[in-house]
Design a protein around this ligand. Structure first.
Ligand SMILES: Cc1cc2nc3c(=O)[nH]c(=O)nc-3n(C[C@H](O)[C@H](O)[C@H](O)COP(=O)(O)O)c2cc1C
Length: 177
């Protein structure tokens, strides 16, 4: 697809969950729906969770993970929407608590205040999701207007296969019906 300068800009925040290996599916789907995409990854996610070179080739932009220095220009335009996919237990709890010690978290903490749609595809095992802090975090983020897809635990079913993650759910959440 040839990107049009006027196409809206989507931030895709990628956390360190195994399913992140397939994040290119989300980028492809977003580009097909005429979004320009910039990827922001947590530092742990940059450490082997997905093919960073392939994602940079796909988006045509460097992945952002570290803070820029004060003199550097902002590498991405302001977002028209933000997707967190996959979203980990760790990042969701820190985001809800207002912790901004990585670029990904700082971006998320700011996102709801920008008034743009923010959608989350959680990927959290059932045992972790039972933690009371996690339930509180989801309630707090929902109250901020963050839109959540159905829980996904990533655990294998009876046949041994994992269910589809359904990356396009995130795009459905940020777009008007
Ligand atoms: C192979 C692997 C897969 C993981 N998958 C998940 C996952 O699906 N969900 C999750 O919440 N944490 C998962 N983790 C744990 C996170 O990587 C860990 O909590 C990390 O601190 C998250 O960092 P981040 O939230 O900054 O990306 C996984 C770890 C490994 C090594």
């Amino acid at each position: 697809m040839t990107e049009q300068a006027e196409n809206p800009f989507l931030y895709v925040v990628v956390c360190a969950a195994g399913i992140a290996a397939d994040v290119s599916k989300l980028i492809t789907a977003a580009q097909e729906r005429n979004w320009q995409v910039g990827v922001i990854a947590t530092p742990v996610a940059m450490n082997g969770f997905f093919d960073t070179a392939a994602v940079e080739a796909q988006t045509g932009r460097p992945i952002r993970s570290a803070w820029r220095t004060p003199g550097e220009p902002r590498p991405f335009p302001a977002p028209d929407a933000v997707i967190v996919a996959p979203a980990t237990f760790n990042t969701l709890n820190k985001w809800a608590a207002g912790i901004a010690d990585t670029l990904a978290l700082g971006t998320l903490c700011e996102a709801a205040g920008l008034g743009v749609p923010v959608a989350v595809l959680p990927c959290v095992a059932d045992a972790l999701a039972a933690h009371p802090a996690y339930r509180d975090s989801l309630a707090r983020l929902r109250a901020m207007g963050v839109r959540f897809a159905e829980p996904y635990a990533g655990e294998a079913g009876e046949g041994g296969g994992r269910p589809e993650f359904g990356w396009e759910r995130a795009l459905d959440l940020i777009e008007p019906a």
